[in-house]
Design a protein around this ligand. Structure first.
Ligand code: GDP
Length: 484
């Protein structure tokens, strides 16, 4: 008998998972915080800063438990799930505090980290009883994996038709050409061979990579694991690609049937377990968005980001159209959308950056409410790489940012060598975000990637203090109410 899209075992899996959460921490409440965003949106930096700030009691005026003097401290604890890699906090911190400091390696797969937080509850009784404890589990996963959700309700034939139609669109033609060439050498009804499957999958992955690297697109087309395979690199479940339907009935030994089986396997052993075992068990979520990079890359990139966000947000929507998702016992009650790297702009533009992020999310948010969750948008920098200044130019006063551009960065014909600070007038964001969504209206931003802060302050205990922008507010929204 064919399996229904979601079976009892899936639901039992969720229930057992929740039970296991409770069993590992019988007296301590556990808050599971998901951190996601497309590749290079700033997840690794955000989590490293989050952990470091909590471990060292960083400079966080907007984080109420700390300013009210109730936050006692935090420590790292062993993560109970031995099957999931641990977030490499120590390595990332070492890169950021090395001489000279460098940005650490980015997220390529799911990872987790557990912190135990101690605090004084506001409730007098609890106060008299001593400190309270909260276990904070941080789950870091690529946003690309959320883009796979629509696959769960698409058959191989439907997905193939969509993917091939996209590949034939005029602006994709160039990137898709090598794949179309390989496709021209196979006949879907012919005998299946692993060699053909591998050639097709590798050419299709090449096309997905090229469409991302041309600078216009920031997101990837599904399947999300083709470019972010995690531990599945080279596995048969990742060795498929779209094919046109063969004429007549599909023979089980044909190439078409083989790729169809692998597509279904990808859904069963990759996509579903991720949603069931990780996504469905989150309590809070932050979605990081590199809005500035999209603005800098032009209107096509902005449109692409908007589409990707709409798809990502579909995973959080109430009564979404996906039957699998409807069955998951989702419990996310707060979602924070964060425009990252706000230190690329002067503070006079931070509110405008938030307005642009809201506009980017508007379409997705308008269509349906998020599953009972409270949402907020914020422009932030988890680790601020620039400071602010003013320069006089032709009798005009300009608000500038000061930082060290990374080696190889170019702007206005100048290539930087990674040594020496510059003052940059990054430009102003438009007051009305709608302007950005009109065709042919790119924003004139001066955008450079900067090295991480090269001179770091230390607190009285000798710990490094990372400068940031509005990071404390993010933290307060995400965990503050659990520390009351
Ligand atoms: P991930 O792929 O989402 O894990 O992205 P990362 O956290 O590794 O960030 C990608 C890159 O963005 C980093 O290497 C930095 O160059 C830059 N970045 C991330 N966060 C910040 C920030 O707060 N400020 C600045 N200036 N750059 C940042």
């Amino acid at each position: 008998m064919p399996q229904p899209p979601t079976n009892i075992a899936d639901e039992i899996g969720i229930a057992l998972g929740n039970f296991a959460d409770a069993a590992t921490a019988p007296f301590t409440p556990t808050l599971r915080l998901g951190v996601t965003g497309l590749s290079r949106s700033g997840k690794t930096i955000f989590i490293t800063a989050l952990v470091h700030n909590l471990l060292t009691g960083g400079r966080l005026p907007g984080f109420a438990p700390l300013t009210e003097g109730r936050f006692v401290g935090a420590r790292l604890a062993e993560y109970p799930d031995a099957a999931i890699p641990r977030f490499a906090y120590e390595q990332h911190l070492a890169a950021l505090t090395a001489t000279p400091p460098t940005w650490p390696e980015s997220t390529r797969r799911i990872s987790q980290l557990r912190l135990v937080l101690k605090y004084q509850s506001r409730r007098a009784l609890a106060g008299a009883l001593g400190h309270s404890t909260l276990t904070l589990d941080i789950v870091d996963y690529p946003g690309e994996w959320l883009l796979d959700l629509p696959l769960l309700s698409l058959s191989y034939a439907e997905w193939s038709a969509q993917a091939l139609e996209r590949a034939r669109r005029p602006h994709s033609r160039h990137e898709a050409e090598p794949y179309m060439d390989v496709l021209g050498t196979v006949t879907p009804a012919d005998e299946a061979t692993d060699a053909d499957a591998e050639r097709l999958a590798s050419a299709f992955t090449g096309y997905l990579r090229a469409s991302r690297e041309d600078g216009r697109a920031l997101s990837t087309l599904p399947p999300g694991r083709f470019l972010m395979p995690g531990d599945l690199e080279g596995s048969p479940a990742l060795t498929f690609a779209p094919l046109p339907p063969p004429a007549g009935a599909v023979r089980s030994g044909s190439l078409y049937a083989m790729l169809e089986r692998r597509y279904e396997a990808y859904k069963q052993i990759v996509v579903k377990p991720f949603f069931r075992d990780h996504f469905a068990r989150l309590d809070r979520q932050i979605v990081l968005v590199d809005t500035l990079r999209a603005l800098n890359a032009g209107p096509a990139a902005v449109a692409d980001l908007e589409t990707a966000l709409t798809e990502i947000l579909a995973c959080f929507r109430q009564g979404g159209s996906n039957p699998f998702l409807r069955l998951l016992a989702r419990r996310i009650d707060r979602i924070l959308f964060a425009a990252t790297k706000a230190d690329h702009l002067h503070s006079t533009s931070h509110d405008r950056l938030e307005a642009i992020l809201n506009r980017l999310l508007a379409n997705a948010a308008r269509r349906a409410r998020f599953a009972g969750a409270e949402t907020r948008s914020l422009a932030l920098a988890a680790i601020r790489a620039t400071r602010e200044g003013v320069i006089e130019e032709d009798g005009e006063t300009l608000d500038v940012i000061v930082g060290t551009p990374m080696q190889g960065e170019t702007l206005d014909g100048v290539t930087y060598d990674g040594s020496g600070e510059i003052a940059l007038f990054p430009g102003d964001l438009p007051a009305d975000p709608a302007v950005l969504f009109e065709a042919g209206r790119p924003v004139a931003l001066k955008f450079l990637r900067f090295l991480p802060p090269q001179k770091l302050e230390r607190n009285a205990a000798g710990d490094v203090v990372f400068p940031h922008i509005r990071f404390d507010r993010a933290l307060d929204f995400l965990i503050g109410d659990w520390l009351r």
